[in-house]
Ligand binder design. Sequence first.
Ligand SMILES: Nc1nc2c(ncn2[C@@H]2O[C@H](COP(=O)(O)OP(=O)(O)O)[C@@H](O)[C@H]2O)c(=O)[nH]1
Ligand SMILES: [Mg+2]
Length: 453
Amino acid sequence: MAHPIAAIATGLVRSGIGILRMSGDGCIDLANRVFALYNGQALSSLPDRKLARGTLFDAQNRPIDEAMVFVSHVPHSYTGEDTVEFQCHGSPAVLTAGLSALLSNGFHQAGPGEFTKRAFLNGQMDLTQAEAVIDLIDAETADAAANAAGQVAGVLRKQLDPIYDSLMDICSHFHAVLDYPDEDIEPFRLQAYADTLNSASKKLDMLLSSCRRGNFIKNGVQTAILGAPNAGKSSLLNALAGFDRVIVTDIPGTTRDAVEQTVTLGRHLLRLLDTAGIRDTSDTVEHLGVERSFQAAQSCQLAFFVVDGSKPLTREDEAAMDAALQAPDAIAILNKQDLPCVIDPCELPFSYVIPVSCAKQAGLDLLEQALDMVFDDEAPCDGSILTNARQADAIAKSRASIEAARSSLRLGMTPDAVLVDVEAAMEALGEATGRVVREDITNRIFERFCVGK
Ligand SMILES: Nc1nc2c(ncn2[C@@H]2O[C@H](COP(=O)(O)OP(=O)(O)O)[C@@H](O)[C@H]2O)c(=O)[nH]1
Ligand SMILES: [Mg+2]
């Protein structure tokens, strides 16, 4: 039994179309109380997933919209329950009135993610697919969207389920041999078990090795902009942001605190941190800012070292350069190319030195190309990149148990010792896909969703 729920699926913003979504027992007949098809028939007469037109009524039975409707029956629906959708005109007034008509006709307001949670609980999708739904909605770049779309379609599920099944084969054979010693069952096939574990471990390793990229795709690359005062760091942030996010002046020491801004450059999502210019200063606030610049250099994943190309390198430039070179990846940005350049790019010990003019917004395409090379990865964003920390933890746990089982096998331990580890590996994989997952964890996952999804 699933009580009928309803929600505005498209949010309360003025837009071309707004969708009211319903799911649960009896929802087609309940929806029929507030909607009249043009052909005079009941909504229950509609063929599965065929659009029809009609009139939507409010709680006082006044017509409030001319809308489209479709019904979707078990098992073809998203939730695995009977569902109805009204495609209304996207006025917040229409949607609010439509929703309250539904709520006064027997529907309950849906909680965050309740439609997707029902889909998961009804077996329409596993947890990797359900979690990818929110990733798809939250995607900030095309790569992030493409990877999440692949996972919604089941790419991870199709990789993890066969591994789970192969471990299950080991377990069931083990149990058969242990539990029925008198039967004529083929004895332990230790080499075959070792092969299965080996291949499972390799596949999980592949997935885990995609986590770094997954983190960049989903959360962005932590990028510190470092350089001497007046090099043009804040101008670079503004040029990449496309608006004046930070104050730019010709007074050295203008930026004294670290300023964050998320930008996309081509397919890259960067969490930029503009920092105070690195120099010796007696100003207390600026001094604290400079300390933060050094901290940013140490905690970032990528550093942009900005230098004014129209002046010879100074000691301050060199101090900032040393800090930038500590980052896992670093790109030098030779700024102010609109002025005569006096710095030879070869003087700068970076793999990439990009000439730009932040003032003229020139050269940013070259920076994008450099990022393409720094974050070059053959693997397509088709869903096989792990972006979810919860899944990654569970997969790492599974892999650790598989390793334990492999070494037990190598050391010639008793079969039940191996079995314990294989079962633990299965359980951890089950956490990733949601086969075995605690209710409080499931609740927490779906609370992050928006209402109506
Ligand atoms: N000519 C020229 N001036 C620039 C360029 N980028 C920044 N500036 C100027 O350099 C000064 C310092 O810029 P700012 O972005 O505040 O540098 P920061 O101290 O490194 O943040 C300002 O007067 C900017 O207008 C550029 O590409 N060309
Ligand atoms: Mg600045």
